[in-house]
Design a binder for this molecule. Sequence first.
Ligand code: COA
Length: 394
Amino acid sequence: MTAACEYRPGLEGVPATQSDISYVDGQRGILEYRGIRIDNLANHSTFLESSFLLIWGYLPTQDELDEFEHEIRYHRRLKYRIRDMMKCFPESGHPMDALQACAAALGLFYSRRALDDPAYIRAAVVRLLAKIPTMVAAFQLMRKGNDPIQPRDDLDYSANFLYMLTERIPDNLAAKIFDICLILHAEHTINASTFSAMVTASTLTDPYAVVASAVGTLAGPLHGGASEEVILMLEEIGSVENVRPFVEQCIERKSRIMGFGHRVYKVKDPRATILQELAEQMFEKFGHDDYYDIALELERVVAEKLAHKGIFSNVDFYSGLVYRKLGIPTDLFTPVFAIARVAGWLSHWKEQLEENRIFRPTQIYTGLHDTPYVSIDDRGSSADNQLVAELLMQ
Ligand SMILES: CC(C)(COP(=O)(O)OP(=O)(O)OC[C@H]1O[C@@H](n2cnc3c(N)ncnc32)[C@H](O)[C@@H]1OP(=O)(O)O)[C@@H](O)C(=O)NCCC(=O)NCCS
């Protein structure tokens, strides 16, 4: 029965779960968290309130939100053993690798797997939301040879992260804009890293392993790593005049233009629209960025050349421009994405546990059967063997 199933590379269009966490309409450019439009949340909510909404399924009362924020505020610190472990990481290592290792290491300290205990679930949610930003900021300071700075209990979630990262209390607008960026990146249905989180969750392992596996998946350039690639690409393009030849060359070589295209959206990603507005607010208050002119021209030329294929800017296209203006180094863009997406991963972890069945899809086998075992003395050179293998596979 399974052999007759149609194989769809990348599982495109194949439902992998039933979920009521978020919804995307890729034709109309709509994203909702628990039914609430993303622009509505960006205008009115905060990252922690939206995280509560995603994870517990409803907008909290003031008391519930206060309690949630309070718990997170007081779990931001890292154990000294985790800080000591981080000090041994190579400075040249990518911050996403550092984050993946740190998230996994939390499992060493909080390993009790009481997955049917709501208090355990709550504690894991709080711990991960609270500590991931501290880890990202700590690695940034440590790789510059500095001690990490402690979180400040008088600062809210986003302001505190920027403070721990830059060692300065951020401007209110900058902190607000960063918080909106986190809302925009918090959740996006069954994307690659969320799927990775769900597969790991389905084995009933601990939530730290769930988040660590998702961080590893988010790191790739086809997923969260794209925002970093966008800035490198804008740097490579260098000027507005170079945009058209760059796009033409990409199309000729069939290479990807970073920050464009999406499996689900066939129109401009609604998050890209909001991020572009945020970038403009940042430029207005803190000064222009010449990369924005290149980005605008790039979006125009890509629309001219690739709109017929449904390729438009995605969430990663403008986020890097906002982060640059906030003083966030390019290779921290994906860890910042992870800070936000922890909310989505945890929502799906919790949902997965509610009706769990281990993921175990099938495959369509394309190899040989009954192949003879050839003793090592009778095998030809590797080149001969490769040729034989290729012939047999035809
Ligand atoms: C996001 C992404 C991985 C989705 O991939 P996908 O759904 O598997 O899309 P496909 O690879 O099937 O691409 C469909 C067509 O669009 C083209 N295409 C897709 N994204 C493109 C891009 N960024 N630049 C140029 N062409 C692109 C493909 O070449 C393909 O063309 P073809 O049909 O003529 O061969 C892909 O668009 C991409 O690589 N984008 C760049 C990386 C990025 O920004 N990622 C962040 C996503 S939020």
